[in-house]
Write a protein that binds this ligand. Structure first.
Ligand code: RFL
Ligand code: PHB
Length: 390
């Protein structure tokens, strides 16, 4: 098979890139190791920055998002038995939209297929070759056969565990990394959200987050130790812990309901530089991971491919190489802004070292400062709603 841009991975990054390229008249093929059913039902992120919403709307993907997405103009910080609102829209003029990542993925798949695009599901890329030549190849396995996808460029959008990054020779990439001694236990529950805005709760037993997906579905997270086993968390234990960490404000109670899904995700900060080598470009979780506390992962993935879409358009239309050459440097500016913000939110809100009371006092001081200083709150708000693309 031959195409102009070979894309590995049908997450938000790979699918959006294919959609953007199509709008510029550039052909692409997306290879995805999982089934369509699997990627459309994988529960992950839920928060879209204003810039991501604008990108979806401006490229014809706004209809269901505008109907079903929940626009939020603030978030709540809960700590020391108090609740404080960060009025994001008042402070920045912008808002976020709660719309599940799998809904973005469904909308993108539907749009690509309606436009005659090629997404091969259950097609696992096994290795890349010829990246230093003008016609690189993605080797993949599909329906029991080894196949080749020949293209002008390869874009690795295959997430943290993908194969694309490892095609770069040793010594070229620099890795910057931080692991945290805790993870998030996330649940999806058939319970009407008890609040209209997200609650980020700092508690002596650990962080908790109250989010949602719709007027009927709540999405909740608990900080747990990194090596925690999900089998040790029957539903009743989860609800009890959520009540302890979230019901800290007089008169506020959690709405409970059947738990539809639960999983534990480790927290990690990770960046690989540069985001390009020869004819291979890397985007999204394949080159950078943030802990989810800042709600930045999916947004960064979309921002990367927005740059790549324009860069390939300039190359195919006018033979311009400047945008492709600048891709890594430009994208990394946003990536590192999000790294710092996500690390800061994570450090402020999680229980860090139980034996260090000084740390806990610092966290309280930071949170209190946020609730008393519009200048500091604006810094949180402008990062959370997202700084303008590029
Ligand atoms: P994805 O979504 O991981 O997609 C990569 C795709 O590549 C496929 N793949 C391969 N295909 C072919 N051949 C191979 N060899 C392959 N290897 C892998 C995979 O099957 C997959 O389909 O990466 P992408 O597109 O870069 O998107 C990144 C986002 O998924 C990720 O950053 C977010 O989910 C992170 N995240 C959040 N981001 C936000 O912006 N806002 C949030 O509120 C938010 N909350 C979260 C999150 C991630 C979480 N988890 C579970 C990691 C909450 C959680 C709990
Ligand atoms: C979510 O709704 O899944 C979500 C919201 C905010 C975060 C992380 C995840 O910071």
């Amino acid at each position: 098979m031959r195409t102009q841009v070979g894309i590995v991975g049908a997450g938000p990054a790979g699918l959006m890139l294919s959609h953007l390229l199509h709008r510029h008249g550039i052909s692409s093929v997306v290879l995805e190791s999982r089934s369509r059913e699997y990627v459309e039902h994988r529960v992950r992120a839920g928060v879209l920055e204003q810039g991501s919403v604008d990108l979806l709307r401006d490229t014809g993907l706004g209809a269901r998002l505008d109907r079903e997405g929940l626009r939020h103009e603030g978030i709540e910080l809960r700590f020391d038995g108090e609740s404080h609102r960060v009025a994001m829209t008042e402070l920045t003029g912008r808002a976020i939209t709660v719309y599940g990542q799998q809904e973005v993925v469904k909308d993108l798949i539907a749009a690509r297929l309606a436009a005659g695009g090629t997404i091969l599901f259950s097609a696992e890329a096994t290795r890349l070759s010829g990246l230093e030549s003008p016609s690189p190849v993605v080797h993949y396995r599909h329906e029991g056969r080894d196949e080749e996808l020949h293209c002008d460029f390869v874009v690795g959008c295959d997430g943290f565990h993908g194969v694309s990054r490892s095609a770069v020779p040793d010594g070229v990439l620099h890795t910057y990394e931080r692991t945290y001694p805790f993870a998030w236990l996330g649940v999806l529950a058939a319970a009407a959200p008890a609040v209209e805005e997200l609650i980020y709760a700092h508690h002596e037993r650990g962080f908790a987050l109250y989010s949602m997906r719709s007027p009927e579905i709540s999405r909740l997270y608990l900080q747990v130790p990194a090596d925690e086993d999900i089998a040790d968390w029957p539903d009743e234990r989860i609800w009890a812990e959520l009540r302890t960490r979230l019901e800290t404000v007089p008169g506020w109670t959690l709405n409970e309901g059947p738990i539809l899904e639960k999983a534990i995700t480790p927290l990690r900060s990770f960046v690989v530089e540069p985001m390009q080598w020869q004819r291979l470009y890397l985007a999204g979780d394949a080159v950078h991971i943030v802990p989810p506390t800042g709600a930045k992962g999916m947004n960064l993935a979309l921002a990367d491919v927005a740059l790549l879409g324009d860069a390939f358009a300039a190359w195919y239309a006018d033979g311009r190489t400047d945008l492709l050459d600048d891709y890594s440097r430009t994208a990394l500016r946003r990536v590192w802004r999000a790294q710092q913000f996500s690390w800061w939110m994570t450090s402020m809100l999680h229980r860090l070292d139980a034996d260090d009371p000084y740390e806990a006092k610092l966290q309280s001081a930071t949170l209190r400062y946020l609730t008393t200083s519009p200048a500091y709150a604006t810094s949180l708000a402008e990062n959370y709603v997202g700084l303008p693309l590029v």
